[in-house]
Design a protein around this ligand. Structure first.
Ligand SMILES: Cc1ncc(COP(=O)(O)O)c(C=O)c1O
Length: 458
């Protein structure tokens, strides 16, 4: 167990390892069946997990799930949890939402994948147009693919090869986005970047979020095909845009012939049409994945009329299936039926105010705990998601947010919560509210969080 990076009095830092060891022992003792399955998993799965980032769960081995419904799940040891991770937004709808479940059951009997359109595709395209304002949609299976295809098409259209992202962004496993800015201003492969095909500095320009001056300088070089960004960063804590940032971003991209793609995969937490709708953004391309089919793999990317008109006729019919934008199962009938039900009956206009109010309640509970403990932390809300960070100051950009991260402390707090029936994402201190989450769920977190910080500040 490494020590924390030292924002506390020395006795707290010293005792973090002891506290963690105590929680780990409690976890192991109370999860015998998960432990048994984790040991068996080592015989057939690489490092004992079906997906390598499941190693990141605290506790030494992951909790194995029996079943999940709404905002709760039960593990194989019969322990029930409130799920604030919600599949890191993949299950923002709550688990197994009724309308999606019915649509999946119904569609399963009628054909899963055909490579032919169904009427559901039209309904979903029309609904996404209504929500996000761009009007020419395509489908993929993951937000990663939606972003990859947006990048390819932007390059194809502009004839430029470079893309620009903001420091410490995350847009899925997209090669061009695994770049960070060194203290010396040089673009480098992000730490942990496995086998990059080329040095990301060749493909990618990286600028700090909210830095209009440097953005202007980099776009003025005239070689950037696309700026790809979340409208507020959500993958390095939450970093809000400063007033005027989006206006400047739009103006500068237009002035320099650069396309602007807004990735709403997480920021759909702001409302049915994401941050784009709430704040009247005017992107050229919108990408979205994760929750839009209630947990069934599905993603979408849509172009403005202008981009669609410019692209029309520029994709050769003979090569349309082998040009680097594809996916045999993309736009399959099951995904589209699930998207229609999820957008039409789960992630609705009516659902969001309640979810956002719950995130407000979660934020207030955490804020009170931080204030009482005197720890130099803060909490930030963005729609129905909220996250605390280990610094008193709200970061302006990815570098400041990254500097406030503390892996050891984060793991301890997550394990403390897990041992008391609460699941947070292993990648952030983030909580997400679904239509099925209740005030009691939120209040349980407040109680547990307060207990944890009281102990840390003692
Ligand atoms: C903003 C954003 N875009 C895209 C993705 C990629 O999603 P997926 O892993 O489902 O492809 C993520 C994943 O966390 C994300 O946070």
């Amino acid at each position: 167990m490494e020590g924390s990076r030292g924002r506390y009095s020395s006795h707290v830092v010293a005792s973090l390892a002891e506290l963690h060891a105590r929680e780990e022992a409690r976890f192991v003792e109370s999860h015998p069946r998960s432990r048994e399955l984790a040991e068996r998993a080592r015989l057939s799965l690489f490092e004992g997990v079906p997906m390598h980032w499941m190693r990141k769960w605290p506790g030494g081995f992951p909790v194995f799930v029996q079943e999940a419904k709404g905002a709760h799940f039960v593990d194989v040891d019969g322990i029930e949890y409130v799920d604030f991770c919600l599949g890191d937004t993949g299950a923002m709808t709550g688990h197994a939402p009724g309308p999606t479940l019915n649509a999946v059951t119904d569609q399963s009997a009628k054909g899963l994948t055909l490579m032919l359109p169904s009427e559901d595709a039209l309904w979903v395209g029309e609904e996404l147009t209504r929500r996000f304002g761009v009007s020419s949609w395509q489908f993929a299976l993951t937000a990663t693919d939606a972003n990859r295809f947006a990048i390819r098409l932007a390059r194809h259209l502009t004839g430029r090869s470079t893309i620009l992202v903001f420091n410490w962004c995350y847009h899925g496993t997209v090669d061009e986005t695994f770049a960070t800015l060194g203290d010396d201003g040089v673009v480098r492969a992000r730490s942990g970047n496995l086998g990059p095909p080329v040095d990301p500095a060749v493909t990618t320009r990286v600028v700090e979020f909210n830095d209009v001056h440097v953005l202007e300088r980099e776009l003025a070089r005239g070689d950037v095909a696309l700026v790809l960004t979340e409208p507020a960063l959500t993958n390095i804590g939450i970093v809000h845009p400063e007033p005027g940032f989006h206006g400047a971003l739009r103006e500068l991209t237009r002035a320099n012939g650069t396309l602007l793609a807004i990735d709403e995969t997480h920021t759909i937490c702001c409302g049915p049409g994401g941050y784009t709708q709430v704040h009247g953004l005017e992107p050229d391309i919108v990408t979205i994945g994760k929750p839009i089919a209630g947990g069934v793999p599905a993603a979408a990317y849509g172009f403005s009329d202008d981009v669609a008109a410019r692209l029309a006729g520029r994709i050769e019919l003979e090569d349309v299936d082998v040009g680097g934008v594809g996916g045999t199962l993309a736009a399959n009938a099951l995904s589209l039926a699930a998207m229609r039900a999820t957008l039409g009956e789960v992630l609705t206009e009516e659902a969001f105010p309640r979810m956002i109010a719950l995130a407000g309640r979660w934020t207030a509970g955490v804020e009170a705990g931080i204030a009482e403990s005197g720890l130099p932390w803060h909490v930030t809300q963005l729609g129905c998601r909220a996250e605390y960070l280990f610094t008193a100051h709200r970061p302006r950009n990815g570098a400041e947010a990254h500097a406030a991260a503390d892996f050891a402390l984060e793991r301890y707090l997550h394990l403390f919560a897990l041992n008391r029936g609460i699941l947070l994402t292993p990648f952030h201190n983030m909580a997400l509210m679904s239509p099925a989450t209740t005030e009691d769920d939120v209040d349980l977190h407040t109680e547990v969080f307060n207990e944890a910080v009281r102990e840390l500040s003692r």
